[in-house]
Design a protein around this ligand. Structure first.
Ligand SMILES: *Cc1c(COP(=O)(O)O)cnc(C)c1O
Length: 423
């Protein structure tokens, strides 16, 4: 059985422990919400300040060339590529996850129509996804289904393989589920989709910087992902988009803006898409946000000399496993049910528990006691574990405070019941 001292010993022996120094963390606070908004790297404020004061203030318009602003979407893309099994030149940073999903889903639907004569629409009218996928993904797919006269069908994870048939155009999934932390087998499901002539689109919002991903190894078709979660890019950080090289020069994305043009500064009246992934750019990049995002990505890449994503994954599994073990032991009899997979191979870097009553209020009472997790309607307490800065002793302490909130019924106070706009 674990105790506080054994957790501290695990921290002392942790080869990754130095990575924590990269971050500005509040004293006494345990942050278990890096899956929603990553913490602030210490390097970010000075870097953004320099971009504002020098590059913008002094360099002005010259900085698009002199400070390399114009190449930032590709330069950051190449860094993220190292985390998700993509090659240089295959991934760019742009827009938001929602917007990028619209682009790649549109491209995928266009490819299916072009690629499969005899099996084209109206034959392929199905888009498959998961019922508990993140809402924006479902809303974007719903809008596209309506636009293309197709149907969006929502399934439970186990139903997906059986539902794949030659009427499916696209299988669109989030690799790690935001609510349960359950992780799909990207390679197997991509293969199953390809076997029936469908394409596989993956959302890596809860995967990039959290679990090892091998997009090329899995043969995936398209992927998007988020900059402000495990990549620590800051609130509303730009997102990323990837397409497999086999689709690179054939795909059409509908937001054909000038930054995705082959030669934007020729100012020609007609659109000629840039080669490869660059055509997924639309308008002028959000420079200040990109600058902050680069510091966040660098904070994850700092693990490379220590074993990279594989080492982070091992620590993540140890942290989430410890949390499950301690909660079930210490908080037994308090109505918490594990929602996340118990098998670490099926689990991302978060742990969720459901509770019939008071889930929101318990999270609020915990936050007041310095343990920051979040609530997902209707009944889920969600805790994210970022191995870059979370310590084993933090897990111990978080469970102690959770036990206190439950055992003393602290969450029943009226002020914890008031639902805020963001939960
Ligand atoms: C966080 C998240 C998003 C966020 O999309 P935005 O466009 O940045 O608001 C999208 N999809 C998934 C699966 C997410 O977890």
């Amino acid at each position: 059985m674990k105790d506080k001292t054994s957790c501290q010993r695990q921290d002392d022996a942790d080869r990754l422990r130095g990575l924590r120094d990269q971050f500005q963390l509040n004293d006494g606070e345990i942050y278990l919400d890096g899956n929603s908004l990553g913490v602030l790297p210490r390097a970010t404020a000075a870097r953004v300040q320099q971009t504002v004061a020098q590059e913008w203030g002094q360099g002005l318009i010259r900085s698009w060339n002199d400070a390399g602003w114009i190449d930032l979407p590709q330069r950051l893309g190449d860094k993220i590529a190292r985390l998700v099994g993509a090659a240089r030149g295959e991934l760019v940073v742009a827009d938001s996850t929602s917007v990028n999903l619209y682009k790649v889903m549109s491209a995928a639907l266009g490819l299916v129509a072009a690629d499969a004569p005899g099996r084209t629409r109206p034959g392929r009218t199905r888009i498959l996804s998961e019922r508990s996928n993140f809402p924006t993904d479902l809303y974007i797919a719903e809008g596209l289904a309506r636009q293309h006269g197709m149907t969006l069908e929502l399934l439970e994870p186990d139903e997906i393989p059986d539902q794949l048939d030659d009427r499916v155009a696209v299988l669109m999934l989030t690799h790690v589920n935001y609510r349960t932390g359950r992780m799909h087998d990207m390679a197997a499901l991509t293969r199953a989709a390809h076997d029936v002539g469908a394409l596989a689109v993956w959302d890596l919002a809860h995967s990039a910087g959290a679990v090892p991903v091998d997009l090329n190894g899995a043969g995936a078709d398209f992927a998007v992902g988020c900059g402000y979660k495990y990549l620590n890019g800051g609130p509303g950080a730009p997102a990323f988009v990837w397409a497999h090289a086999r689709h690179a020069d054939r795909m059409h994305q509908p937001l054909s803006g000038w930054m995705g043009h082959a030669a934007p500064f020729q100012f020609t009246p007609d659109y000629q898409p840039a080669p490869g992934i660059d055509r997924y750019l639309c308008g002028t990049p959000a420079l200040l946000s990109m600058t902050a995002l680069e510091c966040g990505i660098d904070s994850v890449l700092a693990a490379e000399p220590l074993g990279g994503m594989q080492a982070l994954r091992e620590k993540s599994i140890a942290l989430t496993g410890l949390f499950i073990e301690l909660v079930e032991e210490r908080c037994a009899g308090h109505g918490l049910t594990l929602v996340s997979p118990r098998d670490p191979a099926l689990r991302g870097s978060q742990v969720c528990f459901a509770r019939e009553e008071g889930a929101y209020a318990i999270v609020q009472a915990l936050i007041e006691r310095g343990v920051i997790g979040d609530f997902r309607a209707p009944d889920v307490l969600r805790f994210g574990f970022t191995p870059l800065y979370t310590r084993y002793a933090d897990v111990w302490e978080a469970v102690e405070r959770l036990h206190q909130v439950l055992a003393e019924g602290l969450w029943r106070e009226a002020r914890f019941q008031r639902l805020a706009a963001v939960t």
